[in-house]
Design a protein around this ligand. Sequence first.
Ligand code: GLN
Length: 483
Amino acid sequence: MSLKELKAWEIAEGYRNRDFSCTEVTEEFLNNIEEKDKDINAYLTVTKDLALEQAKKVDEKFNNREELSEISGVPISVKDNISVKDVKLTCGSKMLENYISPYDATLVEKIKSNDGVILGKVNLDEFAMGASTRTSYYGVTKNPLDLTRVSGGSSGGSAASVKSNQAAISIGTDTGGSVRQPSSFCQTVGMKPTYGSISRFGVSTMANTFDQPGVIAKDVRDAIMMLNVIEGRDERDATSVGNPGLNYNFDYSDDVIKNLEGVKFAIPKLYLEMNLNERVRKELEEAIKVLRDNGAIVEEYDIDSLGYTIETYNILVNGEIASNMARFDSIRYGHRTSKDYENIEEMYRASRSEGFGEEVKRRIMIGTHILSMDNADEYYYKALKVRGLIKNDMDKMFKDYDIMLCPTVPTLPFKIDDDMSPIEMYQADLFTIPANMIGAPSISLPMPLGEDGLSIGIEFTGKRFKDRDLLKAALGFERSLIK
Ligand code: GLN
């Protein structure tokens, strides 16, 4: 097995055993990017020099027997809506084509101070709005499992970079499923922790009451390793709350991990009554069997309010988007039109029309409409109430159950040239959104490859601040899948 195929924790173990150097590992990943990314298009910026410099530093520390962290020397890709100082931050938009970030996001600071090696910035749907990376100004990121299909979104570059061994681990963001949905499409693990666990400082905002950074990795253990580093309270983000697990520490031996005795899973009945893709339904049934065989209890549960998920999400999120996007005025930052203009109004209009893509404009328009005058009562405040209703119903379920179980996405990865309407696209988020609505931790876990060369993800959603229990169950399920 080559170095680039190793899991992040295996790389860390290799360093401790002096099996290889960080420079060797980093070079191998960089070479792979050079070779593969022409086909995949995961990276928007490769920070080769920074990565090699960092690798050299890590090797020196190893040679001097200095104290190192769990993620020292691990090659990482970062979604391009997260700030890395002195590196481009495009958010997948023409608007920020030439914008260089003047500071590090808190989570990036933490990666750097723990000696992680950042290889570069990866592709996303424009400002994280989408589920396919097709809305990126820089082109779609292809699915490494099947190059005719999308990698999912919005953190498609993150999932594709991990799956194609162009990074050992990646950081994404999740507003309505953007870490979990591409993980389902690309056969990676995608974890969005409890809202507030990871600071949003330095992370471009899409919808601030929903947004949460997350981790995309080759297995659950890798995700845990990264969460240990990047979670935590941050004074610069007023909504940050700290690390729910206060450093997760697990015994990874088989008999401990596989035990799912008595863990209670609930599947929303509504989801089972839907017209699910046949492959997806089959994999869900297989997942239920694996859970039951290992001691878990899996039952159906009625939550009718989940039927309002998509409408509620789109009203609330677009409202937040409309106000958050107002900052791109081409004065403080952003694309400035080269057309002539008579006044500031014309300048705004031309710059924003040229700088934003279709999906972003659609959402700004819907959001502005929803928030204007009487519409706010009619739509926005009503949707807030429904969000409360969904939260109450889910909290009630969590009194009797530990985890909500469902497929991560109702479908298989879309074909790149599938002609889908925005409404059809929005349906892809049906199962991922509830966790964002209520701020709960949620993880997508990959099923084995099928005969068609594709995999589907199974989603576990846990109770707020019970991330540790969620991760433990995820480890158990993952280990039980290995035949
Ligand atoms: N696909 C969802 C949307 O387009 C989620 C996006 C996200 O989580 N950033 O809104």
